[in-house]
Design a protein around this ligand. Structure first.
Ligand code: ATP
Ligand code: MG
Length: 550
């Protein structure tokens, strides 16, 4: 587990050195998502890294959409990505699309053909894969590898003009089919795809491959430090080849860091999209999703996510971060900010038989016991209240200090009450408790007559606001996928629990995004989509305690 703070992040050291040696004058980074899905917490790591690095050295960061695959991409994703980056608190300098550079990329491909470094191949995708060789055996050269420059120029022009069907021809780099690095065995540069592109429409029917396009994009934008995840380490020689042979004026450098993995968390856009498409979740922003929009809807703050990303640092090796670490940071962020109130998730009615009928008194309650600046509020108290169903037991085990017949507990911010009678329905279920209260024991009165061991929370019945509570568990747990199974077979059937209960009257006007700490239940966020006037919906962000320490 990567738990150590890595303030000496290795990429930062490289940047500092490049600036002091004069190798670069200004650091330029980029965050380059493919708009084929919503961003997830792993992307947040890359966003924080790129933007914070440039900020620290007074440089620039571009947001660039790597939109070279029109079949999978969509403007909906472009818009959501922009929103998420801004919500995290970052402002990009340039906003670019790989598709802005299709003209230039085409020119660079022509240059490679003219230099004898690229050729049109008629083999099928399968044939190309099969002749690539393996880690131990070299690949075989294509029968089309030695076409003349003229023939290649002619065929590539006709690919562009739409004469060929998808898959009928590709443009390949001519490097070395025996290279020990498989990525250098004549990788594909361009393919034919007859598809509508969200930016360029029907202008193109050939599209550059990511590995060819990416270095060109970096060079065109003058990116100094092109930071990507470790899987791309073996691509670096080809990255450098593209820059060199395409004769790009600016030479960017690629650096790799370990991608973020979290326990019990699916982190691949492809799989997340499957969950959405199969309706296993309620859209990309379902609070159970590890997407930025899901975390936002669940109640995470940008501050908590940024603090988490800073803490996990930039390791050069793979590791799995405990999801509880992310939870730790939202607790830390909300501890002193959130109003601490009472909510009853599974209500049980309590009648206080010796409290005058029709009387309501207003009791003083602190808004946040750890932050006096948040002040106080008044909460109503009367003859009827709701308590939590599991704060009562008919036959309690030893050391149960909450309510049971004959026992006395403290009501938070109010009085001691004693359980005198249990009302059952015809099936023997507890439907109501009849208690007495002691007026001497009012909270804040300094009463020292006797002590009780349990304190429970409650909501006054006549002012209570009905509310829904949504409690979450991981969507998927970290079990090994067996042969022939999909990760969808490991969906946790209990990932969402919905309860109907009550909150204090002061929360009636809550709006989406308001955050509270509910006594004993944890931190909750008002759901921005499903809450209605008079019936707020609360998503549990995180419970109060964890065994985890950073
Ligand atoms: P996925 O596999 O989830 O689809 P991706 O890498 O294909 O992710 P891109 O849109 O290509 O998604 O990623 C944009 C940037 O975010 C890339 O620079 C990529 O390296 C980075 N990134 C993606 N996933 C992670 C992760 N789990 N941890 C850190 N960085 C990530
Ligand atoms: Mg990708």
């Amino acid at each position: 587990m990567e738990t150590k703070t890595s303030s000496s992040n290795f990429i930062k050291n490289i940047v500092a050195e490049d600036l002091s040696s004069g190798k670069v004058k200004e650091v330029i980074t980029r965050f380059p998502p493919e708009p084929n899905g919503y961003l997830h917490i792993g992307h947040a790591k890359s966003i924080c890294l790129n933007f914070e690095l440039a900020d620290e050295f007074k440089g620039k960061t571009n947001l660039r959409f790597d939109d070279t695959n029109p079949v999978k991409e969509d403007v909906e994703y472009v818009e959501s990505i922009k929103q998420d980056v801004q919500w995290l608190g970052f402002e990009w300098d340039g906003l670019f699309f790989a598709s802005d550079y299709f003209g230039e990329m085409y020119e660079r491909a022509l240059l490679l053909i003219r230099k004898g470094l690229a050729y049109v191949d008629d083999q099928t995708a399968d044939q190309i894969r099969e002749t690539r060789g393996t880690l131990t055996a070299p690949g075989q050269e294509s029968p089309y590898r030695n076409r003349t420059v003229e023939e290649n120029l002619d065929l590539f022009g006709r690919m562009k003009d739409g004469e060929f069907a998808d898959g009928q021809k590709v443009l390949r780099a001519k490097i070395d089919m025996a290279s020990p690095n498989v990525n250098l065995r004549d990788p594909i540069l361009y393919r034919v795809v007859h598809a509508f592109h969200h930016n360029t429409g029907d202008k193109w029917c050939i599209y550059p491959m990511y590995a060819f396009a990416h270095p060109l994009e970096d060079a065109i934008e003058g990116v100094t430090h092109s930071i990507c995840t470790l899987e791309f380490e073996d691509q670096r020689p080809f990255y450098d080849w593209v820059i060199r042979e395409s004769e790009m004026k600016w030479v960017p450098r690629q650096y790799e860091f370990a991608r973020l993995n979290l326990t019990n968390t699916v982190m691949s856009k492809r799989k997340l999209k499957q969950l959405v498409d199969e309706k296993a979740v309620d859209g990309w922003d379902d609070p159970r999703m590890p997407t930025i929009s899901g975390l936002r809807r669940k109640g995470y703050t940008p501050e908590a996510i940024r603090a988490f990303c800073r803490e996990i640092g930039v390791a050069k090796s793979y590791g799995i971060v405990d999801e509880r670490m992310l939870e730790h940071f939202i607790r830390e962020d909300l501890k002193l900010k959130a109003l601490r109130t009472m909510a009853v998730l599974q209500p049980l009615k309590v009648v206080i038989t010796n409290y005058p009928e029709g009387q309501v008194e207003w009791l003083d309650a602190e808004n946040n016991s750890e932050n006096p600046d948040m002040g106080h509020r008044q909460i109503p108290f009367s003859r009827e209240i709701y308590i939590e169903r599991d704060d009562f037991m008919d036959n309690p085990p030893p050391k149960y200090f909450r309510l049971f017949p004959g026992n006395e507990v403290r009501l938070k911010h109010a009085y001691f009450i004693k359980c005198e009678e249990v009302v059952l329905d015809s099936e023997g279920n507890v439907v109501e408790l009849r208690c007495t209260y002691d007026p001497e024991t009012k909270s804040g009165s300094g009463f020292a007559g006797r002590k009780v061991k349990g304190t429970i929370h409650w909501v006054e019945a006549t002012h209570a606001v009905p509310a829904q509570f949504r409690l979450y568990e991981p969507l998927i747990t970290d079990e090994e996928e067996e042969e022939g199974q999909s990760f969808l077979d490991h969906l946790n059937p209990n990932s969402l629990e919905t309860l109907e209960g009550f909150v204090e009257q002061g929360m009636k006007e809550s709006v989406g995004g308001d955050k509270y700490q509910f006594f004993r239940h944890g931190y909750f966020n008002v759901d921005p989509k499903d809450s209605t006037a008079g019936h707020p919906v609360f998503n549990r962000i995180v419970s109060l305690k964890s065994s985890f320490t950073v």
